[in-house]
Design a protein around this ligand. Structure first.
Ligand code: KIV
Ligand code: ZN
Length: 518
């Protein structure tokens, strides 16, 4: 009773954040880190939403054995069957079925009556139970649902076999007191509710997601659904690290434990930021750059005399400050493999070979290689996002005060292609040169951000961008000590994703014409 289960939905609800889409390789790497973090349930995706999501859930279910792997499904037979197939090889698979229960959703979105909603919920849970005992039911928009009706739905799905009942604040509308009241009413009215795990899933539209999740725990919830860095739809979900550290730091007030290894928090947050290009704001609780920085003289003086004067938790407890100077120019392959192992990454021969080459390249330009550099090398250099149709071979940029000229050479299908162009600045010129050499694609750059991702004057810069290519949106990311180089490679990363999508579409069309004999 004093254990709260942590259900991580970074790879499902979190991935619904604008610009946070991840490739299958990125999701797998993230899933392995979530396993190291110690989450109890890892929601890997929504298999019926796309073939790519299906494949990625399947891959994670095969490779990640410690947490239960959840797959989301609407309350429909097709969705549930698809999710069950994706979970076939999971050590412990959880089917997570949902249907909206509020009148707003029933009337305007689903266009069904309340009775039909109950019938569909019950049928969905029963169908899911054919595959596994571990069935979770979510009443979407629970906090805006008439509580008497919600109690009927919850009672019906428990009778049908749901083992976990989740009550989402889907639009981030509730106050903590309302969450407590909703749960108190359900605990008072629904027979059998004490035999299942009650869960809360709070969105952050009013900045209350974590407070609401904690209110849920106070009122009897024993599962919280959350995401790393609080990423997610609109304003995001409740931040995993904030809930976990609030419980740990304030055990005096909320005496509950989680299975999370808190020293893995910072590394997990960092990996997600590198993969998505979405970095937490500097003052973000627990994982922001300034979360443990004391600026005011009085504070610094206090902390030096006695850390607890201004520090309610130590940076080390969340894995901050464990970064150190690690390797240099003369470090070898063995030392590199060893350091990655310490950081929690077991690289295979090919990955290590690539990491080594990038490490040597970086060590030629940067004296001290930090853990952050190694993480950047891993995420940006060793994980195959998609096959590289365009690989950067040479980049030359000359700039004056008002114009720049760029010459970009890429390798494509075994041949070298060069584009030259002018622009207002070095980036505009380099992007125009790529447009010239890849003129069978229509590329519109929508957003570009560049960040220093390691400390110091010789920091590595990370470029993240969003582009619309042939009418579809793609993200591109890359890191390098030189920001023009990083931006050009991020541009090529987006272009490679578009080229890959084009290949997949052509293959699908060819398969369809073969099937139909066209
Ligand atoms: O916010 C929500 O209601 C959800 C459900 C699908 C669980 O994400
Ligand atoms: Zn949600």
């Amino acid at each position: 009773m004093d254990r709260v289960l942590v259900f991580d939905t970074t790879l499902r609800d979190g991935e619904q954040s604008p610009g946070a889409s991840m490739t299958a390789a990125e999701k797998l790497r993230m899933a392995q880190q979530l396993e190291a973090l110690g989450v109890d349930v890892l929601e890997a995706g929504f298999p019926a939403s796309s073939p790519a999501d299906f494949a990625s859930v399947r891959e994670i279910a095969r490779a990640v054995r410690q947490p239960a792997i959840a797959a989301l499904a609407r309350a429909s037979a097709g969705d549930i069957d698809r999710a069950a197939i994706a979970l076939e090889s999971a050590a412990r698979g959880r089917l997570h079925v949902f249907i909206a229960t509020s009148d707003i959703h029933l009337t305007h979105k689903l266009r069904i009556e309340r009775e039909e909603c109950i019938d569909r919920a019950v049928a969905a849970v029963r169908r899911a139970r054919r595959y596994t005992d571990d069935v979770e039911f979510s009443a979407e928009d629970a906090t805006r649902t008439d509580v008497a009706f919600l109690a009927r739905v919850v009672e019906a799905v428990i009778e049908a076999g749901a083992r976990t009942v989740n009550l989402p604040d889907t639009v981030g509308y509730a106050y903590p007191a309302e969450i407590r009241r909703m749960l108190a009413t359900l605990f008072g009215r629904v027979p059998g509710i004490r035999d299942v795990v009650v869960s809360v899933h709070c969105h952050d539209d009013l900045g209350l997601a974590v407070a609401n999740s904690l209110a849920g725990i106070e009122a009897g919830a024993r599962q919280v659904e959350c995401t790393v860095n609080g990423i997610g739809e609109r304003a995001g979900n409740a931040a995993l690290e904030e809930i976990v550290m609030a419980l740990r730091t304030r055990r005096d007030s909320l005496p509950f434990e989680t299975g999370v290894r808190t020293t893995e928090i910072y590394r997990t947050s960092h990996l997600l930021s590198h993969i998505t290009g979405i970095h937490p704001q500097p003052n973000k609780a627990i994982v922001g750059r300034n979360a443990f920085a004391h600026e005011a003289g009085i504070h610094q003086d206090g902390v030096l005399k006695e850390a607890t004067t201004y520090e309610i938790m130590t940076p080390e407890s969340v894995g901050v400050g464990c970064t150190s100077f690690v390797l240099g120019k003369h470090s070898g392959r063995h030392a590199l493999a060893e350091r990655y192992r310490t950081l929690g990454y077991e690289l295979d021969g090919e990955e290590l070979g690539r990491a080594c080459a990038l490490f040597k390249d970086l060590a030629d330009r940067k004296k001290n290689i930090l853990d952050e550099d190694l993480l950047a090398i891993l995420v940006h250099g060793c994980m195959d996002r998609v096959p590289a149709r365009f690989r950067l071979r040479e980049l030359e940029v000359a700039c004056g005060t008002s114009t720049a000229v760029a010459r970009v050479t890429v390798e494509s299908a075994g041949a070298l292609r060069t584009g030259t162009a002018e622009g207002d600045g070095p980036l505009a010129a380099a992007f125009a040169a790529i447009d010239a050499l890849a003129d069978d694609f229509r590329i519109e750059l929508h957003e570009l951000s560049i960040q220093a991702i390691t400390p110091g004057g010789d920091a590595v810069g990370e470029a993240s961008l969003q582009a619309v290519i042939d009418g579809k949106s793609f993200t591109g990311r890359a890191a390098a000590p030189d920001v023009v180089n990083a931006s050009v490679r991020a541009y090529l990363d987006a272009l490679n994703k578009a080229a890959h999508a084009r290949t997949l579409e052509t293959e699908a069309l060819e398969r369809a014409s073969y099937v139909w004999g066209v």
